[in-house]
Design a protein around this ligand. Sequence first.
Ligand code: UTP
Length: 286
Amino acid sequence: MKVNKAVFPAAGLGTRLLPITKSIPKEMLILVDKPLIQYGVEECIESEIQDIIIITGRGKTAIEDYFDRSIEHEILLKEKGKHDLLQSVKDIANMINFSYTRQKEALGLGHAILCAQNLIGDEPFSVVLSDDIIDAKVPVMKQMIDIYKQYRYSVLAVQKVKDEDISKYGIIKGTEIEKGVYKIEDLVEKPEKEEAPSNLAIIGRYILTPRIFDFLKETKPGKGGEIQLTDAIKSLLSVQPVYALEFEGIRYDGGNKLELLEAQVAFGLKNKDLKDGLLEFIKNII
Ligand code: UTP
């Protein structure tokens, strides 16, 4: 069955980016000229996803407003004859089909995904954590769908991380079955470096079979008192194979201040209108 739907959990509290996240959803922070979440949405469109389901929570209405029409702006831009800008404002609302559901309490990523069960139904789906910004020639979701088509079971995006960062991630234990593709044997959520089975960390892109919902329902709060997706995937492993793909691309953690800044520079230098000015600015200040 084709992967048609993508879930965007966006109900987290964004504590690492406080105080801005008191009133602005992390997903709406700007990366060069677009909110973070739009990069994830564009990645899905390029990967032939048809429907996007965004899990929101209190204080997150800016996300829905952004992907909706903005009649006041449209009237104003029409009156002023700013047709290009008018078109770009309209295009955002027509990018793809959006649905929304709320996670009433931030009980963890696993719980957020469970909130989308009725909207997903009995089909494989993808998950995008839009604060994981990935710069890739081939969209990461497309790379993952290609692997899904081959193996027909869940696929997790993984990346090698430095020893000192291992304890921040879900880490896989697996056997490489083809270049960059691992058959997972076990998963550990945020292990100490000494206990980690590898340095392959799970990054915010997943393709999951609907069977995951059976396990999400049963998963008890784990590390940090949250219902962890990693714990449910670990249980899924007892009934189905799960694969991991070491994707091609550079990933920035948008929930981390330094990496968000690095992404601004990297993406700014890729933007043809901004590149020269940004380069000159960097040369001048260093
Ligand atoms: P993170 O842990 O990176 O995000 O969760 P957070 O909780 O918002 O940020 P910090 O760690 O407190 O700074 C990964 C993803 O899961 C979503 C987040 O919105 C983010 O996209 N999430 C997390 C939920 O939707 N609900 C939750 O209860 C927890």
